[in-house]
Design a protein around this ligand. Structure first.
Ligand code: CDP
Length: 805
């Protein structure tokens, strides 16, 4: 018993737990330039590796002459497919069940493909070596258009037997990869045939790239004496990389240590395995020295995992009053030279079947055809959960097209079709069970916040003024209500290369009442060290400042599937809470012993266990931690540690209502974003300040994608946007002001009710920006214009609509 003068509120504040705007603990080192990125690593005798890359998009490699390169001072070796073949490493498995050349094996399939790996004493000598390798190519016809690819006589993947099924079933053509279907085709076609109104449109979501500020890279160090391989790298899933490296190299997994140090942004780009990792490991084994490989910007943009490139043909059926009765979608998915998409195994088109969005659509059908072309492989979820961005863009454009067809207000059309709050958990026609939501409340709040009716009146006046020659600027109101699906697993549905998608947390409480928690995830800027400590602070009653979060070292962290697709909070965040509860359960027994009462007679309160009905008799968690190490407690092991592997029962379904108000100059195609309102509902909010940061960043990426960013190819397969002069990356100059808002609809199955948020602004932002452009021209007859809406394309829309006089 003791004298406790601190108020309960002060004790809660002192923890800096759930809901607190705790400042990011990682920023002290990032803002002082003290981060530790893979390229900061220097090891004794470390060598540098660099790739000879193909200038052609499709060509036979007739010879590779390495003689001249090997004469260059400092160049030590040049690896080709021939060197890797005896080791069985000239091809590697992809995450999508396909295989990919590590180094060109007879032919190349896209510009920039890895042909040879030069190993030298430093990066400069390696670059000189790359220049000196002589490769003879025999050019082959190039296929850039997936529709053309599906009918062409040109066979891209000569290594695949066209008569043999692919990883996801039968192939219809040598350049076809898979067909994936969801929903009821016959019922949907019947609904379409009988509908009052059917709107049909081709929605193309162009190819883009996550373009993290730090490119991909690694350092491989083989310690031949101890048989241990250490691999530092920009890995979003370090444990999965360890397993993959073990499977393809034959090195036993316990002899491989994978470390992700600080990572400068991932956005999906750093999930998969790249030839650079394999070549660095082989080079380190061969040379007996550590080998570093770091991409430059062009390597990154031209060859590492792209995003999107989905051609989505849609039909949406409705009654005259606007009640949607059916949705049909056929997607042609351009996967490039290899199917290296990072999707759970059973979902070759990711979670594209969330394309019914926020709407109660009784009947739906989706088919996706994957196709090989002469483009880079990849197909990652660029800040989205496995093709959810494509799905959200598709449905939010289809709603707008339907509104045009029905001559209805698009906000009202959404409202009458939203899934209602009392319909949750909601079973979608394409197979998902949405956990929770309250779309009407969010929508009404958003429309009110921007004075939607006032904006529409202003727009009507603007159209009149434009027609009267009083202005050359149009006003667009871009609406979006998106539903995300984040937090893959559950294990029974989701695996990557057979690894179930659970996640993990291990906690050690030290005797003095501070703690170390290790997770299977890895932050790339999301602030996990800050927020996961907050979850624990609330669960175990120790201040967040006393809890260190560690991620990214496979020798110390428990096995997990990593960070992408906003799965950290729904899965590892849940594991953290569950491990915290195990700590609390043991702490309860220790407290009861110390207070000389039965376990059931003590209860947890903020930072302590107190005797029920006698709150002045308590033991703080700090005292309990010490007792765990210095008291012999009958029936209890010493120490206070716990581990949790969490297999989520379902995914979480965050949602949001975004409204973009945009001015467009019809003569220059320039845009000005006058207002952007973003309401997000990610369930229980762990750190509102971090959520706001996530939303700002994601919206800026969405702005980039919608308004200018693309990976474009010419007919020869040359990448036209391989530098940051051509690939749009917004700076503060182009970034508008964002107004953020929220509602809170907790997830019923997550231990703390939290859903993910990191991906939401990209998923919801792109259709909001794009719909604003379309909406500005709606009164002049525009139905569909493909992104990105750069100045030239907007100018062209105006020209094609006859608005230039
Ligand atoms: O998997 P990833 O970390 O990219 O995405 P996330 O789970 O959506 O989390 C992004 C950041 O937002 C993390 O620091 C989370 O802890 C934080 N967050 C939050 O504060 N509250 C939520 N309900 C969801 C995420």
């Amino acid at each position: 018993m003791k004298d406790d003068v601190t108020t309960r509120e002060a004790r809660i504040d002192g923890l800096q737990g759930l809901g607190c705007k705790r400042k990011r603990v990682e920023d002290a080192r990032f803002t002082q330039g003290k981060g530790n990125y893979v390229d900061d690593l220097t090891l004794d005798g470390m060598l540098a590796g660099d790739f000879v890359r193909s200038p052609y998009a499709h060509a036979r490699v007739t010879s590779i002459d390495t003689e001249a390169a090997l004469q260059i001072p400092g160049v030590l070796a040049v690896l080709t497919a021939k060197d890797l073949e005896p080791l069985g490493l000239h091809w590697m498995p992809t995450l999508a069940g396909d295989k990919q050349m590590v180094l060109a094996d007879g032919k190349v399939l896209y510009q920039g493909q890895e042909v040879a790996f030069v190993v030298a004493e430093d990066r400069f000598a390696a670059a000189d070596g790359v220049e000196a390798v002589m490769v003879d190519y025999e050019e082959l016809p190039v296929l850039i258009d997936p529709f053309e690819s599906l009918t062409s006589d040109v066979v891209l993947r000569e290594d695949l037997d066209p008569t043999v099924d692919g990883a996801h079933g039968p192939r219809k053509h040598p350049n076809h990869i898979f067909t994936w279907e969801a929903g009821d085709q016959a019922a949907t076609e019947q609904v379409l045939a009988e509908a009052d109104v059917v709107a049909e449109e081709m929605i193309y979501y162009h190819r883009t790239h996550p373009c993290p500020l730090e490119t991909c890279g690694c350092v491989a160090s083989m310690d031949k004496v101890n048989g241990k391989l250490t691999l530092w790298g920009t890995f979003q899933a370090p444990h999965a990389i360890r397993t993959v490296i073990s499977l393809i190299s034959g090195i036993e997994e316990h002899n491989i240590r994978v470390i992700s140090p600080d990572i400068g942004g991932g956005f999906g780009n750093k999930v998969g395995a790249y030839p650079g990792y394999v070549c660095s490991v082989v080079a380190s084994i061969v040379m007996g020295k550590p080998v570093k490989w770091i991409e430059d910007r062009m390597d990154n943009l031209m060859t590492t995992a792209f995003a999107r490139d989905y051609h989505m043909q849609g039909k949406i059926a409705a009654t005259k009053e606007g009640k949607i009765t059916g949705l049909w979608c056929h997607t042609t998915a351009d996967h490039g030279g290899f199917d290296a998409c990072a999707d759970p195994t059973k979902f070759p088109a990711g979670f594209m079947n969330i394309c019914t969005g926020s709407y109660d659509i009784p009947t739906a059908y989706l088919a996706v055809d994957g196709v090989y072309t002469n483009k880079a492989p990849g197909g990652v979820a660029y800040r989205c959960s496995f093709r959810v961005t494509e799905a959200a863009y598709f449905i939010e454009r289809m709603i707008e097209v339907l509104a045009i067809e029905l001559n209805m207000d698009a906000a009202e059309l959404r409202r009458i079709n939203f899934i209602k709050a009392d319909q949750f958990p909601y079973q979608s026609a394409l197979g998902w069970e949405y956990d929770s939501g309250d779309y009407h409340t969010a929508w009404d709040k958003a429309l009110k916040a921007v004075d939607y009716d006032g904006l529409r009146a202003e727009q009507t006046q603007r159209v009149a003024d434009f027609k009267a020659g009083k202005t050359r600027k149009l006003l667009g109101i871009g609406l979006t209500h998106f539903t995300e699906i984040v937090g893959a697993g559950p294990v029974k549905n989701c695996d990557i290369l057979g690894l179930g998608m659970f996640d993990s947390c291990e906690i050690r409480i030290h005797p003095t009442g501070s703690a170390l928690a290790r997770l299977g995830t890895i932050s790339q800027g999301q602030g996990h060290a800050t927020t996961f400590a907050q979850i624990l602070a609330t669960e175990i009653g120790l201040p967040a400042d006393s809890i260190t979060i560690e991620e990214g070292d496979t020798d110390t962290a428990p096995y997990g599937l990593g960070t992408y697709g906003s799965r950290s909070t729904p899965v590892a965040g849940a594991a953290t809470a569950m491990a915290g509860r195990k700590i609390r359960a043991k702490a309860q027994m220790i407290a009861a012993y110390l207070l000389e009462v039965h376990d059931n007679d003590v209860e947890f309160d903020v930072d302590r266990f107190m005797v029920k009905g006698a709150p002045e008799r308590f033991k703080t968690m700090k005292e309990i931690a010490f007792a765990a190490y210095n008291q012999a407690i009958p029936g209890l092991e010493p120490g206070l540690e716990a581990v949790s592997y969490y297999d989520p029962p379902n995914m979480t379904y965050p949602f949001g209502a975004y409204i973009c108000v945009m001015e467009l100059d019809v003569d220059t195609g320039e845009h000005e974003i006058r207002q952007f309102y973003a309401l997000d509902d990610c369930g229980t909010r762990i750190n509102p300040m971090i959520i706001e940061g996530q939303v700002h960043g994601g919206l800026t990426e969405a702005l980039a994608i919608a308004m200018g960013q693309e990976i474009a190819y010419d007919d020869m397969g040359n990448v036209k946007t391989a530098t940051l002069m051509d690939f749009f990356l917004p700076t503060a100059v182009e970034t508008p002001h964002y107004t953020t808002d929220h509602t809170v609809t907790p997830s019923p199955h997550h231990p703390i009710g939290a859903k993910g948020v990191g991906e939401s602004p990209n998923v919801g932002g792109v259709p909001a920006f794009s719909n604003a452009v379309h909406d500005a021209f709606r009164a002049f007859g525009l139905r569909q214009a493909h992104m990105p809406h750069d100045h030239w394309r907007v100018w062209k829309i105006a020209k094609d609509l006859g608005l230039h006089g």
